[in-house]
Ligand binder design. Structure first.
Ligand SMILES: NC(=O)c1ccc[n+]([C@@H]2O[C@H](COP(=O)([O-])OP(=O)(O)OC[C@H]3O[C@@H](n4cnc5c(N)ncnc54)[C@H](OP(=O)(O)O)[C@@H]3O)[C@@H](O)[C@H]2O)c1
Length: 405
């Protein structure tokens, strides 16, 4: 049954029966690719569900997407599994092929079920499309077309080599899994989540500027999990100087999380040499600018895909005015302050028709608090132009962009 690299044959179990398949969508995969329709049979759909589970084992914070892969034999049985464990490690397809080889199982004639279109790009590792061809894979079923123009084209490459390729299978689930990463890749900058932690009357500090513990311990633990999933956290110099935060990600028992995001402070004033920001944690980068576009450009160079803007109100408003917020995560505590700064400074909105209206994604109770997650419309025009200013960046590793993958 095993097919050779040349003279490929269709897998018997893969012939779709009425009612037994899911139709793949037309999947434009790049400027040079053909749009195709295909079908996935139940064994492949189950394998895709498993591949999505495997993908979630990978890190959310890295420059690379979370991807899972399952290899099926001609009878639809799982031969091997793999997932991507982060930049510099094997891609999911390579991990699955390596797992098959390690167990002495042939990969010729198998079907690779993979959550993201196999890449056609040499970065830190060779193209996955070539790897699958070398492995003698007969058929490839993938979820999401690669949004990265530098890596896309794997499906075309495989088809041209005679492999049967079906795209768009469980596409919505794959797109949801890669929402932040794909949003960042499409925009060419980090996906920006604005975090707000406010009283019920929308204030982030009391009149004297003190802001510790407005939200509950449970909400803070939730926010620390979010920190552990992002590549960088940004605050303005105002928050850095008022609160002296450490900006670290911690586990519920107070220990440092395994991944520490880059700590970014935005503003012209100097930072104290002895503050908690100088202590253990992620790399500290001081962007001496008032322009959020400069901040995201600095982080894009470092391959940061997800930036968490934690305020304060001045920086939050600057990112919103610049049209550089993709999503808001708002923690609302059942607390009233009556005075003190509100979560977002002036946006230049004077009439309610100009309000920034967000699309809610979720509302969740966390301890006594409520967490609202809402997205801004993609590609929205900023209400006001961002103020420009000269920029300097301080911090190690501000070198040229590296290749992704
Ligand atoms: N509850 C919460 O979750 C939370 C979170 C964060 C902060 N806070 C509270 O917020 C208060 C601090 O508010 P804040 O607004 O001063 O903090 P901020 O937004 O962190 O910092 C403001 C400073 O950042 C610099 N900056 C950066 N980009 C700017 C821009 N586009 N336009 C103008 N200035 C820019 C300016 O300082 P330079 O002069 O140095 O350039 C400005 O004074 C504190 O009381 C803090 O506790 C609460």
């Amino acid at each position: 049954m095993g097919g050779a690299l040349t003279g490929r044959r269709p897998c018997v179990f893969l012939r779709p029966r009425p009612g037994a398949f899911a139709r793949g969508r037309t999947t434009p995969v790049g400027a040079s690719s053909q749009a195709v329709h295909g079908f996935a049979v139940p064994a492949e759909l189950a394998a895709m569900d498993r591949a999505l589970e495997l993908a979630r084992l990978g890190p959310a914070h890295g420059p690379n997407p979370r991807v899972g892969c399952v290899l099926l034999d001609a009878d639809g049985r799982t031969v091997a599994e793999g997932w991507h464990e982060g930049a510099g490690t094997l891609h999911a397809e390579a991990a699955a092929v390596a797992a098959a080889r390690a167990s002495g199982t042939p990969t010729h004639g198998t079907t690779a079920v993979v959550t993201l279109e196999p890449c056609n790009h040499t970065g830190r590792t060779p193209p996955c499309a070539d790897l699958l061809l070398d492995a003698g894979v007969d058929r490839v079923v993938y979820g999401l077309a690669d949004p990265n123009p530098r890596a896309a084209g794997g499906a075309s490459r495989l088809r041209e080599a005679g492999v049967d390729v079906v795209g768009g299978v469980r596409q919505e689930a794959a797109a949801e899994l890669l929402r932040v990463w794909a949003g960042a890749v499409r925009a060419g900058r980090p996906w920006v989540t604005l975090k707000l932690a406010t009283s019920l009357d929308g204030r982030v500090a009391a009149a004297d500027g003190s802001s510790r513990w407005i939200t509950s311990e449970q909400a803070r633990a939730h926010a620390h999990r979010l920190r552990a999933e992002v590549g960088a956290i940004a605050i303005g110099t105002g928050t850095a100087l008022t609160d002296d935060p450490a900006l670290t990600a911690r586990t519920p028992d107070g220990r440092p999380a395994a991944h520490q995001p880059v700590r970014v402070v935005v503003g012209l004033r100097d930072l104290p040499a002895t503050g908690r920001l100088q202590g253990p944690g992620g790399e500290l980068v001081h962007v001496r600018s008032h322009d959020p576009a400069e901040v995201v450009a600095v982080l894009a160079e470092r391959e940061v895909r997800h930036l968490l803007v934690e305020g304060g109100p001045t920086l939050a408003a600057a990112f919103l005015r610049a049209g550089l917020v993709d999503e808001v995560v708002a923690y609302l505590a059942p607390v009233l302050l009556g005075a003190g700064p509100s979560a977002v400074a002036d946006l230049g909105i004077t009439v309610v028709d100009q309000a920034l209206r967000l699309r809610p994604r979720s509302v969740e109770q966390v301890g006594p608090d409520v967490v609202v997650v809402a997205e801004l419309a993609a590609g929205g025009e900023p209400p006001l132009p961002a103020p420009g200013s000269p920029t300097t960046v301080e911090g190690p590793g501000s070198g040229p962009a590296r290749e992704e993958h």
